[in-house]
Design a protein. Structure first.
Ligand SMILES: [Zn+2]
Ligand SMILES: [Zn+2]
Length: 367
């Protein structure tokens, strides 16, 4: 048992670990962030990275009354929450080991995590004001930090990285300063420009708002989605909506037409997606859970396209199999059970050659 810390700030809802570290730093009286990072994580670096390392060191020393474990921290206070549901078990373990106990200076994220986190901290002006009114300090909301989230899912306001009046940055890329009050470094109040009511939102605004809500839903529900559930439900929905031919080929033209009909070129541009890139093999790109790096944005848009929202996708109880309801008849003419309904289960596998998926028979039961 290591020495317990004398105090640690109670985490706020959806607070990023950088913000927690910084709030500890301010209260600790340490002269520089390097000392604070070493104190909390036993790591020597001058930079507060996007992702934490060696969280076990911190968790073991937190005041007991906080009941904070490493896993709780990762799920609720790190940006990894948007990556976890789309990683294979193997990939998850590799990354979690680094989050829990890596003490070297290797950069997490360059190998398995795609670069979807904003370099500068992003803020919703209304969240800044409300948090300050409520807690007498501001903090970093995780959901605002992903590049393709451009509006606050609660207030629908555009996120900012710089002061709208003087252009001063509201953070630096090393995490060495973070806003504690809703003012820029020159003293400009950041709440003046906030919009009270979004009147007649455009399609693009609505698209960005839905995406922000869906990202928030994913990071708030990391235990409800994983790559197996994603894969299975996506294939079932592809089949149910007629995007799979009987031989298992994607009917790409149909999928592409529908997908790019729902998400216009202008909408996709606002989140950094190229509609020309998406115009061929769209069905495969949306579903490509084996790809590296993962494309969380495309997976989320795929769920929106097929189920209106990620929440709708996760809560849908889908029972339609690509091959209809079982049991299924055996088609092997050499089998003594040829044409008898003896197959109780099937497993859907996406082959390495990609466009084809095969059925493999899992459980054979004698009738
Ligand atoms: Zn907000
Ligand atoms: Zn300013």
């Amino acid at each position: 048992m290591k020495n317990e810390l004398g105090f640690f700030p109670t985490p706020y809802e959806d607070e990023d670990f950088r913000s927690l570290t910084y709030r500890y730093h301010i209260r600790s009286g340490n002269l520089n962030i390097t000392k604070t990072i070493e104190e909390l994580f036993n790591i020597k670096t001058h930079r507060l990275a996007h992702f934490p390392r060696n969280l076990d060191y911190l968790a073991e020393r937190l005041p007991e009354k906080l009941f904070l474990t490493t896993d709780y921290f990762i799920a609720n206070h790190t940006l990894l929450a948007l990556f976890l549901p789309f990683l294979s078990l193997d990939e998850r373990e590799k990354i979690l080991v680094e989050f829990r106990c890596a003490s070297d200076r290797s950069e997490i994220g360059t190998r398995l995590l795609s670069p979807i986190v904003s370099t500068l901290v992003r803020y919703c002006p209304t969240c800044l004001i409300e948090d300050f009114e409520r807690f007498r300090e501001c903090y970093i909301h995780r959901v605002h930090q992903y590049n393709f989230v451009t509006v606050c899912p609660v207030h629908r306001f555009n996120l900012v990285t710089h002061c709208p009046k003087c252009g001063a940055p509201l953070s630096d890329s090393f995490g060495r300063f973070i806003l504690m009050e809703p003012t820029c470094s020159c003293g400009h109040y950041l709440g003046d420009g906030r919009r009270v009511e979004v009147e007649s939102p455009t399609q693009i605004q609505l698209f960005n708002e839905q995406l922000a809500r869906d990202v928030k839903f994913v990071i708030d529900n990391v235990d409800k989605l994983n790559v197996e559930i994603f894969k299975e439900k996506m294939l079932r929905l592809y089949s149910h909506k007629g995007y799979l031919a009987s031989q298992g080929m994607f009917i790409n033209t149909k999928f592409s037409k529908g997908f790019l009909g729902l998400f216009s070129e202008e909408m996709l541009q606002t989140v950094g997606l190229d509609s020309i890139y998406l115009s061929n093999r769209t069905a495969l790109k949306v579903l490509n859970f084996n790809g590296r790096p993962k494309n969380q944005l495309l997976h989320i848009l795929g769920m929106e396209y097929l189920s209106q929202s990620v929440k709708g996708f996760i809560s849908s109880e889908f029972t339609t199999s690509p091959f209809g309801a079982g049991p299924w008849s055996c088609k092997n003419t050499y089998c003594p059970d040829y044409n008898r309904f003896v197959i109780q289960g099937i497993k859907v596998v996406l082959t390495k050659k990609l466009n084809i998926f095969l059925e493999s028979l899992l459980v054979l039961a004698v009738a």
